[in-house]
Structure formats: structure tokens, C-alpha cells
Write a protein that binds this ligand. Structure first.
Ligand SMILES: *Cc1c(COP(=O)(O)O)cnc(C)c1O
Length: 361
């Protein structure tokens, strides 16, 4: 079958986990694996991270939490903790208990009903300025009178951590520090990937690392993890003045060679890569050739300008690479498409084949 394949470099994933742990040495480095590990797939990612020593996993929903619990058990990891960001519905409480999963409580109602029963520890989220979810700081005094043994940790989420100069960072930190003073015995959690890079005062007892693990944060010690390899379906010549693809959005200025490859928006290659994306072919001798996307990205195929490729490179190639590190990986690709690495990764369809191993070996 000639289908695109998501390549996941296990060595780089684990190296990124260790790098983030090294950047937050005083914290426990929790791995965020919501949205099927940001599109990479929990099945390979969770056991790899657990094997690298990760003892805390964050997911969005209870379903994801149960899937991660089963996966960990299947691989013999019996002790990691699992935290669900979305909190709980009353009917889900038995499932939380059964699987030993920890909810994040973020409304007064959730808090009072969880703490009125015998349900184990919970995380309490505070809204320090993102205004998306979390309890208002005004409730901190009242909440601090709850049984501290039932509090796994208190957390908050930074809204602008990817912009180190943003004044909201320090405002949120100071607000959270004020709350934390009322919970002298509670562990804390503030930084996600970008928060860790802001410095130790933005970390807390637990850091919650997602995108940095998967290669979506620019940092000299973090490595790319994901590429997509797409099959070459055909190559054709077009004359000057002829167009390529839907809407005839690309018109050849001179005779061109056009390659059609099997990776389109149904697979997760955003349509906004039309006429701005690029792929890469690596010749046997290691030389890399940039192949610009010409015309619109279609549902299952994308067209590339391969006019600069020699006949010999062309004849030995059978696939092209998207998001190659030489082209800046998912970080530069996201810029080109006007989006963020998170959206590129989570858009990769679960049905795509995955290749999991050490790239280049
Ligand atoms: C998704 C999420 C994270 C992980 O963020 P990254 O930027 O991917 O590291 C951390 N905390 C919360 C509350 C989240 O929703």
C-alpha cells in the first residue's frame, strides 16, 4: 500500500524527556499525553516515557486516562499516576476509583462533591489569569480549609508562557504564589513546556510537559521527533502557462516537473500549506533537495515542484519527507502554514501508519 507514514524517533522522544527533566531538576516531570499523545499515538509513546522514568501522566478526559492506565499495566508499569485535566461527571466517579485516576477539580461544585465523598486525592486548578478554567483566587482561603491529605497538588496554567516578555507571566506567577501560601503543605504545578523555559520560579513540584517532548519547542537541546514520509505517486512535465491543482492557483512560469505525492489534508497535511509548504528528498549520497509545494493541497495528494532534481536522484527515490529536520521540522512548517506545531501533530490522522524507531539507523 502506498500510504503516508508518521515516523516517530524514539531516541529523540526520550532525550527530550530527559532534557526537560534536566531543565526542571527540582520538579517531577509529568508527561502530557492528551489527544493521543499529540497525535503521535499513546501506544508507542506512553510505555517509552514510563520506561524513561516518567511516573506521572496528564490526559484530557477520563477515557484517555483509562486507556493510558491499561497501556501502562500491559507493559508492567503499575505505579505511575494519571491526572485528568477535564475533571469528572458524577457517574464517572466509580471509574476514577477503579483505575486510581486523579481528577482536576475546577469548579466549587466539583470540589464540594468530590471532597464530601471517599474518593481519593484530587488536583485543584486555579485561574490566575488565563480565564479558561480554574477556581477564582478569591476562593483560596475557603478551599484551604479542606482536608489537605486529599489534595494531590494545586495547579495553574500560564496563558502566554511562549512569550517570555509578556507581563502576564509574572502576574500569574505572583497570583499563584499568593494562593500557594494558603496551602503550605500542598505540592504545586505551574509550568508546561514553555513555562519550564521561563525559569525555576515558574516550575512547581510538578511540571506538565507536552509539546517539548514531541519536538515542537525550539531549544538547542531539544530534538525533532516526528517526520512524515509520503509515497511518490507520479511525476509529470508541464509547459509554461499551465496550472497545477484545484483553482489553478499555481501557474508554471516556465516548463516544470511536477511530482504528486500521497499526503493530503485528509491525512492531516493542512490545506494552508498550499503553495507555501515544502518537502524534501535525500539522495543516496546524503544531499538534500527542497521540494516546494505548488498548487493547492488536495484531500489525499499534494503536488511538488521537482524540476531541480537530477534524473538519477529521481529514479532512485520512492518517497519524500515532510517536516524534515533540515527544513526546520514541525516548528518551521507550522510558521509557514500560519499555525503552531501542536495543530500539525494533533491533525495527523490516527489511521496513518506509524513507524517507531531510531531515525537514521
Ligand atoms: C495541554 C496542557 C499542558 C501541556 O502543554 P504543553 O505546552 O504542550 O507543554 C499543560 N497543562 C495543561 C493544563 C494543558 O491543558
Amino acid at each position: 500500500m502506498r500510504l503516508p507514514r508518521v515516523h516517530i524517533d524514539t531516541e529523540s522522544l526520550i532525550a527530550n524527556y530527559r532534557t526537560m527533566q534536566g531543565l526542571a531538576p527540582a520538579s517531577v516531570c509529568g508527561a502530557v499525553v492528551k489527544a493521543n499523545a499529540y497525535g503521535l499515538g499513546v501506544t508507542p509513546v506512553v510505555p517509552l516515557l514510563a520506561g524513561a522514568g516518567c511516573s506521572l501522566f496528564y490526559v484530557a478526559s477520563l477515557d484517555e486516562g483509562v486507556a493510558v492506565r491499561r497501556l501502562l499495566q500491559d507493559h508492567g508499569f503499575l505505579t505511575p499516576e494519571i491526572v485528568v485535566f477535564h475533571g469528572y461527571l458524577a457517574e464517572e466517579i466509580p471509574v476514577y476509583k477503579q483505575h486510581g485516576i486523579i481528577p482536576v477539580l475546577k469548579t466549587p461544585q466539583a470540589l464540594s462533591s468530590w471532597f464530601s465523598g471517599d474518593y481519593g486525592p484530587a488536583v485543584v486548578e486555579w485561574d490566575t489569569g488565563m480565564h479558561r478554567c480554574g477556581l477564582p483566587p478569591a476562593l483560596a482561603e475557603e478551599v484551604s480549609r479542606l482536608d489537605p491529605k486529599r489534595l494531590h497538588h494545586i495547579m495553574t496554567h500560564l496563558a502566554a508562557a511562549d512569550d517570555p516578555d509578556h507581563p502576564l507571566n509574572a502576574e500569574q506567577k505572583e497570583c499563584f504564589e499568593g494562593i500557594a501560601r494558603l496551602f503550605p503543605h500542598a505540592p504545586t504545578s505551574m509550568g508546561a513546556s514553555h513555562g519550564v523555559l521561563l525559569g525555576p520560579e515558574y516550575h512547581g513540584t510538578y511540571v506538565r510537559i507536552g509539546i517539548a517532548l514531541y519536538g515542537g519547542v525550539a531549544h538547542p537541546d531539544l530534538r525533532p521527533v516526528v517526520q512524515v514520509r509520503a509515497p511518490i505517486l507520479e511525476v509529470r512535465s508541464i509547459a509554461a502557462g499551465e496550472s497545477v491543482g484545484y483553482g489553478a492557483s499555481y501557474v508554471a512560469p516556465c516548463p516544470r516537473q511536477i511530482m504528486t505525492v500521497g499526503f493530503g489534508y485528509a491525512d492531516g497535511y493542512l490545506r494552508s500549506f498550499s503553495n507555501v509548504g515544502q518537502a524534501l528528498i535525500q539522495a543516496k549520497d546524503g544531499t538534500c533537495f527542497d521540494l516546494p509545494v505548488v498548487g493547492r493541497v488536495s484531500m489525499d495528494v499534494t503536488t511538488l515542484d521537482v524540476s531541480d532534481l537530477s534524473a538519477s536522484v529521481m529514479s532512485e527515490a520512492h518517497e519524500v519527507v515532510f517536516y524534515h529536520p533540515h527544513q526546520g521540522g514541525i516548528i518551521d512548517a507550522a510558521h509557514r502554514a500560519g499555525t503552531i506545531p501542536y495543530e500539525l501533530l494533533t491533525g495527523l490522522k490516527p489511521t496513518l501508519a506509524r513507524w517507531v524507531g531510531v531515525e537514521g539507523r
